[in-house]
Design a protein around this ligand. Structure first.
Ligand SMILES: NC(=O)C1=CN([C@@H]2O[C@H](COP(=O)(O)OP(=O)(O)OC[C@H]3O[C@@H](n4cnc5c(N)ncnc54)[C@H](O)[C@@H]3O)[C@@H](O)[C@H]2O)C=CC1
Ligand SMILES: O=C(O)C1=N[C@H](C(=O)O)C[C@H](O)C1
Length: 265
C-alpha cells in the first residue's frame, strides 16, 4: 500500500511516518508539509526522524504527488484537512483523517465524500479508547438518565481544539444510547453554573505541559460515583491505530468507515 503522510514533522505525523516505514505492508511515497518550511525537499526519513533515508521527498504540494499513492493519512489542522479531503475526492484516493476540531458542516463533507472514496474518519485511533466508548454506550444506556454525567479531558499545552474530538464523540455516543441528541444535553465548561442542571452532560478541558491524552467520564449518583478513564502515556497508540486504519482501507470500496470497523468492536 502506497502512503502519503500529511504533516510529517507534527507530533502525530512523525510517529505515523516512523511506524509506516517499519511496516511490510506499507510503502511511503511522500510527506506533505506547509509551504516555506526548511525541510521541504528533504528526504522524508530524515524529516520525520525515521533514522534512515526513505528515498522519497517532503513536498509542499499534495497535488504533485497524489497520483502515486493509494491512501493519504491526515493528522494536521482542520484547514489543511479540508484541502486534503477535496484532493482525495478529485483523485479518487482513500483517506484516513484523524484531525479534530471540525464543525458539523465540515463533518458532513467527510460523510459526503464517502460516496466517491474509501473514507475513514476517527477522532481517536487508540484501541482502548474505542473499547472505552463501548463501555460508555452500555453504561449510558443503563443509567445515563439517572446519573450526572461529566467528561474531563486533559491534553498538552499546544492542542488547538477544545473540547477534544474524543470527548465530543463520547458525549454523542452516550446521548444516542439514551435516545437523545447531544446538542440538547451538552454544557461546555460547566464552572459557574450552580446548581447543576439535571439531565445534561458537562465538558471540562485541561491543557498542561506535554500530557498526551486523558479522558475520564464520571457518572455521579447520590453517595457513589462511577468513573471510566483512559490515559495514554505517549502518542504511539494513536499512530499505530492510524496505520491500521490505512491498511484496513486497502481493498475497500468507496464508503464511510470508522475505527470501530477496523477494530471489529
Ligand atoms: N485521531 C486521533 O487519534 C488523534 C488525533 N489527533 C489530532 O491530529 C491533529 C494533529 O495533532 P498533532 O500532531 O498533535 O499536531 P501538530 O501541530 O504537532 O502537527 C500538525 C502538523 O500539520 C502540519 N500542517 C499544518 N498545515 C499544513 C499544511 N497547509 N500543509 C501540510 N501540513 C500542514 C504542520 O506542519 C504539523 O506538522 C489534531 O487535530 C489532533 O487533535 C492527535 C492525536 C491523536
Ligand atoms: O491532540 C491530541 O493529542 C489528541 N487529539 C485527539 C482528540 O482531540 O480527541 C485524540 C487524542 O485525545 C489525542
Amino acid at each position: 500500500m502506497k502512503v502519503i503522510v500529511v504533516g510529517p514533522r507534527g507530533k502525530m505525523g512523525k510517529l505515523i511516518t516512523q511506524i509506516a516505514a517499519s511496516r511490510e505492508d506499507m510503502q511511503l511515497v511522500a510527506g506533505v508539509a506547509p509551504e516555506g518550511r526548511d525541510y521541504i525537499g528533504m528526504d522524508l526519513g530524515q524529516a520525520a526522524l525515521v533514522g534512515y533515508d526513505l528515498g522519497v521527498p517532503v513536498v509542499d504540494n499534495l497535488e504533485s504527488v497524489i497520483d502515486g499513492c493509494d491512501v493519504i493519512i491526515d493528522f494536521s489542522t482542520k484547514e489543511m484537512a479540508m484541502v486534503v479531503l477535496e484532493l482525495a475526492r478529485k483523485y479518487k484516493k482513500a483517506l484516513v483523517c484523524g484531525t479534530t476540531g471540525f464543525s458539523e458542516e465540515e463533518m458532513e463533507r467527510f460523510r459526503a465524500a464517502a460516496s466517491e472514496i474509501p473514507m475513514l474518519y476517527a477522532a481517536n485511533t487508540s484501541k482502548l479508547v474505542n473499547v472505552m466508548n463501548k463501555l460508555l454506550e452500555i453504561v449510558a444506556e443503563k443509567i445515563g438518565e439517572e446519573a450526572d454525567i461529566e467528561i474531563l479531558e486533559m491534553h498538552d499545552q499546544w492542542k488547538k481544539d477544545a473540547p477534544s474530538g474524543t470527548s465530543k464523540e463520547m458525549g454523542e455516543i452516550m446521548a444516542h444510547a439514551m435516545g437523545k441528541e447531544i446538542s440538547d444535553l451538552a454544557v461546555y465548561g460547566r464552572h459557574g453554573e450552580c446548581p447543576r442542571e439535571k439531565g445534561t452532560i458537562g465538558y471540562h478541558s485541561l491543557r498542561a505541559g506535554n500530557i498526551p491524552s486523558s479522558h475520564s467520564v464520571y457518572f455521579g449518583f447520590m453517595g457513589e460515583r462511577l468513573e471510566i478513564t483512559h490515559h495514554s502515556y505517549n502518542w504511539e497508540c494513536f499512530a499505530r491505530g492510524a496505520c491500521d486504519c490505512a491498511a484496513y482501507l486497502a481493498d475497500k470500496a468507496p464508503g464511510f468507515y470508522t475505527i470501530q470497523d477496523v477494530l471489529n468492536l
